[in-house]
Design a protein around this ligand. Structure first.
Ligand code: AQP
Length: 324
């Protein structure tokens, strides 16, 4: 089993990234060869990410990943732009990708509503993502639910390449588990994300008082009706509580909810406490790592290991399609 996953250096690591992807990445290190990539070319599609931010963001993100438990000795951790095979394969895979498929991608439709200038790379994003994965013949891709549609497209691209040029790429499967869709506390109808603004995400390393404020401000409902269906905001609080709290605490709050006696301020306080317990070791390690890691050297070594896999795969692709 080979695992690949990527994350954009577009700002802070938030609870959606942490529960939807990174916590699973850490577990998978025990079971498979893992490649974890900071996808800086993808980040360029976001016009809010300027050159200085991009230069700083990848450094912070690598430290965040290591603080969460990603071990660059065990896993291959690298930057997408350090491995030119990604963009070369992207072009070739674009030739077996349907325009209609790309036009149907929900993320493109949503993000193009948010940007004034809709760049072509935003449209092409899922082809580069397919190249990221297929270049390593990866068969498992741990992602949040928002990426499942892109993964389906990667599978279709692999199938189309294989049927035209002969079997080469495995069809990569999404690994989606608990925590795959963390919603914004301020607007539980949308996923937790950075682009909606700071009230819509909680950073793993944010000051404690800001986390408390954002949890307390989480949208709930008038409550207090026995047996009432959970509103999206309350369901979101429960689904995060389930990720961090012992089962007896969760069931105690669930019972109170179904009896109509749950005070949301108690639920939020418990969630905050359990969350801080979960994040405490990550936050402590993050502070320690700040001064002790040579990130340039680490990235060079990671790219070297990634290219050992990528180069022969791309050479085979070039032969299959007739470029070599
Ligand atoms: N809210 C979320 N719930 C669960 N998983 C999530 N992921 C992102 N948001 C959630 C997962 O995190 C991994 C890295 O994703 P990314 O690099 O695409 O991060 P992102 O989508 O840029 O994060 P944002 O904040 O959502 O950025 P914007 O606002 O630019 O769209 C992926 O596996 C993703 O599924």
């Amino acid at each position: 089993m080979r695992v690949f996953s990527g994350i954009q250096p577009t700002g802070v690591l938030h609870l959606g990234n942490y529960f939807g992807a990174v916590r699973r990445w850490v577990e998978l290190q025990e079971q498979a060869q893992c490649l974890y990539c900071v996808v800086d070319y993808h980040a360029l599609t976001n016009e809010a990410t300027g050159p200085d931010e991009l230069r700083d963001a990848w450094r912070g993100l690598i430290l965040d990943l290591m603080a969460c438990g990603i071990d660059p000795e065990r896993s291959i951790v690298f930057r997408q732009s350090d491995v030119p095979e990604h963009t070369e394969l992207c072009w070739i895979l674009g030739c077996v990708t349907s325009f209609g498929d790309l036009a149907r991608m929900t993320q493109f439709k949503e993000k193009s509503k948010e940007q004034v200038f809709i760049n072509a790379s935003l449209f092409y994003y899922p082809v580069l993502q397919a190249a990221d994965i297929l270049l390593y013949l990866a068969d498992r891709v741990p992602v949040g639910e928002d990426q499942v549609q892109h993964l389906e497209l990667s599978r279709r691209i692999a199938r189309r390449f294989n049927s035209r040029f002969g079997e080469l790429f495995p069809e990569p499967e999404a690994v989606v588990g608990q925590g795959a869709r963390v919603m914004s506390f301020a607007d539980p109808s949308r996923k937790m994300s950075k682009s909606a603004g700071p009230e819509h995400y909680i950073g793993v390393n944010e000051p404690e008082e800001d986390i408390l404020r954002k949890v307390k401000a989480g949208v709930t409902d008038p409550g207090l009706t026995p047996g009432q269906e959970m509103s999206p905001g309350v369901a979101n609080l429960f689904s995060i509580l389930e990720l961090v709290a012992p089962p007896d605490i969760v069931s105690q709050f669930r019972e109170q909810h179904s009896e109509g006696g749950l005070l949301y301020r108690d639920l939020k306080q418990a969630l905050f406490q359990q969350l801080m317990e979960e994040l405490a070791p990550v936050r402590r390690r993050r502070a320690e790592l700040e001064s002790s890691v040579d990130l340039d050297e680490l990235m060079m070594a990671g790219a070297h290991r990634a290219r050992e896999i990528a180069e022969p795969v791309l050479a085979e692709v070039r032969t299959r399609v007739g470029l070599a």
